[in-house]
Design a protein around this ligand. Sequence first.
Ligand code: ZN
Length: 251
Amino acid sequence: MIDTHIHADSRSSEDFEQMFISGIETAVTCSYYPYKLNNEEVLLNHLERILYYDTKRASKYGLDLKVALGIHPTNLIKKPEIIFDKLHECLEKNQIIAIGEIGLENLSSDEIAIFKEQLKIADEAKTKVIIHTPRKNKLDVLKIIKNIVLENIDPNLAIIDHINSAVIEEIIDEKFTIGITVQPEKMDKEEAIAIFEKYGYDKFILNSDISNMPSDPLSVPKTIAEMKKLGISLNRINKIAFKNAKKAFKI
Ligand SMILES: [Zn+2]
């Protein structure tokens, strides 16, 4: 199985062990710093920590961490160029499989400018972007994200994440990959499976988004186990468990 969106830096070794024992062989870890940033160097340090430290920490327990880096919309900094340079460098060295997570939260002009620039970097490098959609005003922000994405990047490269049944109609006909996050307080496995049954199994990737907030490191295997219990075909289960993610991230 592949968990397509986690925050490994805020999780324990015990989580990695449990995930691997439960059948998660690969996870995509995204950057997000949960506290105020005093300067750009703090964010740069966060990115390097994920690249060089958390990947090693997880691999001790068998979990293969693939890395996505970027400036999260709540991690705004005055001089983003230092991070843009780092992203270019990581893409050249094939150290990351996507830019992410990026997106919009409060719709400030700085936020929008940083979001657009990162979409352009991904488009130039023909790499995927993992795009966060917020909990509040989800539909309104999603509409703005959709328009900006369509103007700035090949839509085949965009993963729009944390989509739920209330907003899915807004993007289901676009070429985006859609991320479904099964997480306490956000979405249960039953809602996720209902979405796959209604909209088909080809457009979706599954994740836990485990972070410093309430989350379940086993939400992907629990959802896959529920699909098996319901008698959903192995071909469909495999698409959600790993095939769609392998194709999207070329891993
Ligand atoms: Zn996240």
